[in-house]
Design a protein around this ligand. Structure first.
Ligand code: AHR
Length: 512
């Protein structure tokens, strides 16, 4: 294919398309890898109003609910076809003792949520409430186990409680608490950020602990656990190296956390008040994830050339200053078109490495960091990021299609080079090709020619997400400011697609 690409690039340089701003060649028959739907995973932590007020209001609430879950949020989330949901943390997971969250609610002990503002946690949302929510959403549960302050016995019993259908002590306790049939639990995280809030461990020590904990997390009654080791943060390649060397095939997945954040100390910048320079900085930082995953993957390839161990980016997204007037420990932030771009660009990167990246979980689902949904009392808004997940869901379980992209690149604040167009393509089970495109440029329209290697194009539909300014967001007073619209800027011309991408827009095309 290399030669073909070379010739193609040359032809483009001198052909009639030279004056176009950007061009893409998609290889409709060149794809072998399926884009795992689990790349579209979500994360719900006991943090601020993610669980309480966001997902769960309880059956006695005035806010319309379905068995205690907010009906408006539930319905909006169903639309996204969420493949998996990670819970109960995050940092919270390593202080969580699951037995406090089962049985009659009035008997459940309270605890202090030390990581997140010292809020009192009453444990009214526990294992049953979480696993039943996953059933309602039709998604796989991803349980994050307590390695930092728990015991091997505690985690082993949790697995038994959730998944054993036999006459076992924990299965009987579950039955006593009202659930006869075991749940299926696929994903099990053995600790979270064990280098930090999950125990401040060295990788060698954690690797041994992983081996010990994982040994006793059993597969009961046809339930097959996919065990995920607590992985590196950002650029910590030594963590990945040490775990690959010392855990290897004993894990099914190795996690990675990467936030688009200015730094961990001091102000992270306002979620809504920012300048174009800050926006471009954000694009550069977000795209740096490609270099980071590539380096972690290279280490994994050395120890696991057959790619048996998945790279699970189980926390990612933007991290800004909390909204003025809110509890700083609750990480409630607004979500603008800038966040939508971070989602679009990052998902495009994940698709590209889908042979190794088997899961990703944006942080977090409701009311925390880069959320899908924000709530305030009975009000709810869908964020620009929600709409990217909605538009992009067509890529789930579709075949990844390789492509070549030629476009303008710009040096931005932070000394990073940012291409002005981002693109990804896939072919679904019905042969329909979807192309996700982002015109990162704040000012210029991109005229894009898309070549599908001569494949006949019968019909093109599209949706576009854009807004007057990049700072635009949906508020409780104006919930519909940013919303996808139908897109008619794609035309078939001489067998190719010509797409007019407005400045600062995200488009998903459906090509039949
Ligand atoms: O998502 C918020 C926090 O970020 C998580 O609890 C932790 O794992 C990470 O540091």
């Amino acid at each position: 294919m290399k030669n073909v690409i070379g010739i193609f690039a040359l032809v483009f340089t001198f052909s009639a398309f030279a004056q176009k701003d950007a061009s893409i060649r998609i290889y409709p028959d060149g794809g072998k890898q399926i884009i795992s739907k689990h790349i579209y995973g979500q994360f719900a932590e006991h943090l601020g109003s993610c669980i309480y007020g966001g997902l769960w209001v309880g059956e006695d609430s005035d806010i319309p609910n379905t068995q205690g879950y907010r009906t408006d949020v539930l319905n909006a989330l169903k639309e996204l076809r969420i493949p998996n949901l990670r819970w109960p943390g995050g940092c919270f997971a390593d202080e969580y003792h699951w037995m406090d969250g089962i049985g009659p609610k009035q008997n459940r002990p309270k605890m202090v949520n030390n990581n997140w503002g010292g809020t009192i946690e009453d444990n009214s949302f526990g294992t049953h409430e979480f696993l039943n929510l996953c059933e309602l959403l039709g998604c796989e549960p991803y349980i994050s186990g307590n390695v930092g302050s728990g015991t091997v016995e505690e985690l082993a019993k949790w697995v038994e409680y959730m998944t054993s259908d036999g006459d076992s002590p924990m299965a009987n306790l579950r039955r006593k608490n009202g659930r006869d049939k075991a749940w299926k639990v696929k994903f099990l995280g053995v600790g979270n950020e064990s280098w930090g809030c999950g125990g401040s461990m060295r990788p060698e020590y954690y690797a041994d602990l992983y081996r010990r904990y994982a040994t006793y997390c059993r597969n009961y009654d046809g339930n097959q656990l996919f065990k995920i080791a607590s992985g590196a943060s950002d650029y910590d390649y030594n963590w990945t190296e040490t775990l690959m060397k010392n855990i290897g095939g004993r894990m099914n997945g190795l996690s990675l956390h990467y936030y688009t954040v200015t730094g961990w100390n001091g102000s992270k910048g306002s979620a809504t008040q920012f300048e174009p320079d800050d926006y471009y900085w954000t694009m550069g930082k977000c795209l740096e994830i490609e270099d980071v995953v590539r380096k972690h993957i290279a280490i994994m390839d050395k120890y696991d050339p057959r790619k048996n161990v998945g790279l699970m980016v189980d926390e990612w997204g933007t991290w800004w200053d909390t909204e003025p007037g809110t509890n700083p420990g609750h990480l409630f932030q607004q979500n603008t078109m800038r966040d939508a771009f971070v989602a679009a660009l990052t998902l495009n990167v994940f698709h590209k490495y889908t042979d190794r990246i088997k899961m990703a979980n944006i942080a977090q689902i409701v009311n925390v960091l880069q959320s899908m949904i924000l709530t305030k009392g009975p009000k709810m808004v869908l964020t620009p990021t929600y709409y990217v997940f909605d538009m992009y869901k067509v890529h789930q379980e579709a075949t990844y299609l390789p492509l070549d992209l030629i476009c303008e690149k710009r040096m931005v604040k932070g000394n990073r080079e940012v291409p002005m167009v981002s693109a990804s393509a896939s072919k679904d089970a019905n042969g329909i090709i979807h192309v996700s495109l982002a015109n990162v440029d704040l000012e210029n329209v991109q005229t894009l020619s898309i070549d599908l290697e001569g494949r006949k194009i019968n019909q093109v539909n599209g949706r576009i997400l854009s807004s007057a300014t990049i700072n635009d967001c949906n508020t409780f007073d104006h919930p519909d400011k940013v919303k996808p619209q139908g897109f008619d800027g794609a035309k078939v011309k001489k067998g190719m697609l010509e797409v007019t991408l407005p400045a600062q827009s995200i488009v998903v095309l459906e090509i039949r």
